[in-house]
Design a protein around this ligand. Structure first.
Ligand code: NDP
Ligand code: BG6
Length: 504
């Protein structure tokens, strides 16, 4: 990832007010231990450890970093290291050597989440690690990463505070989504967390905020006069934000069935994208200024009504199982694995523009993209001319392209739809784009909250979605079926059209 920041320095522009790199008082550069709670789990092995190694390999972790895993599962060091490295790619000898060094810094403590003795053992291991620090007198910093199911978040956070909080050093706690199941449970969770931890110590991860293209949204909008000027109800007909995955819940059904696609992806990842896309220009790029603007735009969104939602659940197709065939899913579940909903932002800039969100599992492809559809060109001199469309592809293959009409080359006077295309692979071919988790863990170490969720932001996001979630939980509307690998329920096209979206 080190190459990313290095995009031809003479041509890159500074962004004022960002904490990254600049806020040295809060950046943890040494004397730091990271504790990964839930170190035996899926997130830890697939995302947390690979991201920590990515940062270590590129010299971004504090110089004398130590990493301690904590979970109930009993594992000897060999077994633990196998788990840590399972998803780490180290294809060249230099990386292999670095990986060995990294593993020397990784240890593991097994303990319960609700009993004192495990945390006391952890404290002993923390002290042991801290004895290895180069500067023996420096305050000891501790970062607690919660790769745990939400049911144990608060008890573990309280035990960390009680047994493992560093007096004199900087303490931070990184919490994973989901932050509750509705407004009420989210508030309860926040109250419990805040009994022990200060807001500036809490980093709530929504990993979409670490994705390169999501981070680019602010620059695309506010550093390009013509784009910013066109972002309003006078020129834009509708905006569609789509999340598609080509696989189902596969083994994660137990978790998923309790949450459903709206809580899993829409209320957090897609709403974050929407708020950054539509917020007003912040006073600076500091975390508080950015988050103030995000909250402001979210407050213009009224709660969603059931008629503005379409739900779906995937069924078996060929050798692919349906949602209900997953053994971890309760029989007869009506949990939606697909949802589309239309939101309105009743601000002077956006009033009347429908924002159509779509999210689904077991669809025909993997794709997260934002499609901004402009209004029709006045016909008159043109016939059947296509609309302008700005597409921002978050993944896979980051790209921004603007569909525009041009004269078809030749003697005849005809129009042809063309594209102005910024495909990252072509434009930034020699740069490796950092993984979202690498970017976010580094931000947390630097004390930069810009790409983390603030408590009031969370509250307003839940306010928008809680009524519809309660409606679904209580009334149990049956979702439309769609085949595994399809584009979603057949009813989707009509729904999108009825809600003001343009379907190609
Ligand atoms: P896991 O189910 O793998 O749980 C992590 C660890 O927590 C397990 O290894 C287990 O460790 C312990 N654990 C599991 N269930 C319970 C339970 N009921 N009570 C107490 N401890 C339990 O979860 P993930 O790693 O998938 O997810 C962790 C967090 O990260 C969740 O909040 C999830 O929503 C979030 N997340 C996960 C993503 C992913 O890709 N997996 C992506 C984005 C967010 P042990 O038994 O050893 O104590
Ligand atoms: C997680 C959801 O937050 O995001 C998963 O819990 C989903 O269900 C994942 O698969 C998608 O993340 P990404 O980065 O692969 O788009």
């Amino acid at each position: 990832m080190s190459g990313v920041a290095a995009a031809s320095p003479s041509k890159t522009g500074e962004i004022s007010g960002t904490a990254s790199g600049g806020d040295s008082a809060h950046a943890l550069k040494a004397s730091t231990t990271i504790v990964v709670a839930g170190a035996s789990g899926d997130l830890a092995k697939k995302k947390t450890f690979p991201a920590l190694f990515g940062l270590y390999n590129n010299g971004f972790l504090p110089s004398d970093i130590r990493i301690i895993g904590y979970a109930r599962t009993k594992m000897d060091p060999e077994e633990y290291h196998k788990r840590v490295t399972q998803y780490i790619k180290a294809p060249i000898p230099a990386m292999k050597k670095k990986l060995e060094e990294f593993l020397e810094r990784c240890s593991y403590v097994s303990g319960q989440y609700d009993k004192d003795d495990g945390f006391e053992e952890l404290e002993k291991e923390l002290k042991k690690c801290e004895e290895t620090y180069e500067d023996k007198k420096a305050p000891k910093n501790r970062v607690f990463y919660m790769a745990l199911p939400p049911s144990v978040f608060t008890v573990v956070a309280a035990n960390f505070k009680k047994h493992n909080y560093s007096e004199g050093g900087i303490n931070r706690i990184i919490v994973e989504k989901p932050f509750g199941k509705d407004l009420e449970s989210s508030r309860e969770m926040q109250v419990d967390l805040k009994k022990e931890w200060k807001e500036e110590e809490i980093f709530r991860i929504d990993h979409y905020l670490g994705k390169e293209m999501v981070k680019n949204l602010l620059v695309l909008r506010f550093a390009n006069v013509m784009l910013d000027a066109s972002f309003n109800k006078n020129l834009i007909s509708n905006v569609q934000i789509t999340f598609k995955e080509p696989f189902g819940t596969e083994g994660r059904g137990g978790y998923f069935d309790e949450f459903g696609i709206i809580r899993d992806v829409m209320q957090n990842h897609l709403l974050q994208v929407l708020s950054i896309l539509t917020m007003e220009r912040p006073v600076s790029f500091s975390s508080e200024d950015i988050r103030d603007e995000k909250v402001k735009v979210l407050r213009y969104i009224p709660e969603i009504k059931f008629e503005d939602v379409l739900l779906g659940q995937y069924t078996a197709s060929g050798d692919k199982p349906g949602y209900l065939d997953d053994e971890t899913v309760p029989k007869g579940s009506i949990c939606p694995t697909f949802a589309s909903c239309v939101l309105h932002i009743n601000s002077p800039r956006w009033e009347g523009v429908p924002f159509i969100l779509k999210a689904g599992k077991a669809l025909n492809e993997q794709k997260t993209e934002i499609r901004i559809q402009y209004k029709d060109v006045t016909q008159g001199i043109f016939k059947e001319i296509t609309r302008n469309e700005l597409v921002i592809r978050v993944q896979p293959g980051e790209a921004v392209y603007l569909k525009m009409n041009s004269k078809a080359p030749g003697l005849a006077m005809r129009t042809v739809p063309t594209e102005m295309d910024l495909t990252y692979k072509r434009r930034f071919s020699d740069l490796k784009i950092p993984e979202a988790y690498e970017a976010l863990i580094l931000d947390a170490l630097n004390g930069d909250h810009s790409n983390f969720v603030r408590d009031d932001e969370l509250d307003i996001a839940w306010k928008i979605f809680t009524p519809i979630l309660h409606y679904i939980d209580e009334k149990k509307p049956r979702p439309h079926s769609y085949a595994y690998g399809s584009r979603g329920p057949e009813e989707l096209e009509k729904f999108v059209q009825d809600k003001g979206g343009f379907v190609r």
